[in-house]
Ligand binder design. Structure first.
Ligand code: 5GP
Length: 172
């Protein structure tokens, strides 16, 4: 059994997600946004965030897989489930659980930009800037976090802990 220590409580997360939803709603005014969640980690954050939005939204998801020799992100990413709608001329907001090296979102953003959307922005619940390998900057960030391994509220360790209401630091 891995040891885990509470890092962000359910209440703290809820308050910050509500603030983010307000921030995003006022930034887009009444313009429609295509909100694209990155599976699986973003599923809980996305569900809470979109229910706080007061702008018109369309919802879709992508699933990405990262291939490499280690368990860490290799930067070699593939889209294994793409969105089912065109984003040409649309405003796209990617929703991610955590940005670490930045390689995954750097890849996804480039792939989306090639489809000629109006713009692509990024909203991440957690940002771990200490480990960045490419200059990826999220437009909306819930919490800046230290270089530790986090689980809960959608984030897993070997597919466990995603259902937890709080976010924990885990020793792996
Ligand atoms: P990046 O390409 O930015 O290095 O990778 C981001 C992905 O790595 C996240 O979507 C997540 O799947 C995984 N990841 C990075 N840091 C953590 C962490 O602290 N906890 C968990 N559960 N996943 C992480």
């Amino acid at each position: 059994m891995s040891r885990k220590k509470i890092f962000l409580t359910e209440e703290k997360i809820k308050r910050r997600v509500e603030q983010l939803a307000q921030e995003i709603s006022s930034a887009y005014l009444d313009q429609e946004v295509m909100v694209v969640g990155v599976l699986k980690g973003a599923f809980i954050f996305m569900a809470d965030l979109v229910r706080g939005l007061t702008i018109p939204v369309r919802i879709d998801f992508v699933a990405l897989s990262s291939y490499g020799f280690s368990s860490q992100s290799s930067g070699v990413v593939q889209i294994i489930k793409d969105i089912g709608q065109s984003i040409t001329n649309k405003q796209v907001l990617i929703i991610e659980d955590i940005v670490d090296t930045g390689l995954t979102l750097h890849y996804l953003k480039e792939r989306f930009l090639a489809r000629e959307p109006k713009e692509v922005k990024i909203c991440t619940l957690l940002d771990k800037p200490a480990r960045r390998e490419v200059p990826l900057k999220a437009d909306y960030v819930g919490f800046v976090v230290p270089d530790a391994f986090l689980v809960g509220y959608g984030l897993d360790y070997q597919e466990k802990y995603r259902h937890l209401r709080d976010i924990f630091i885990i020793e792996v």
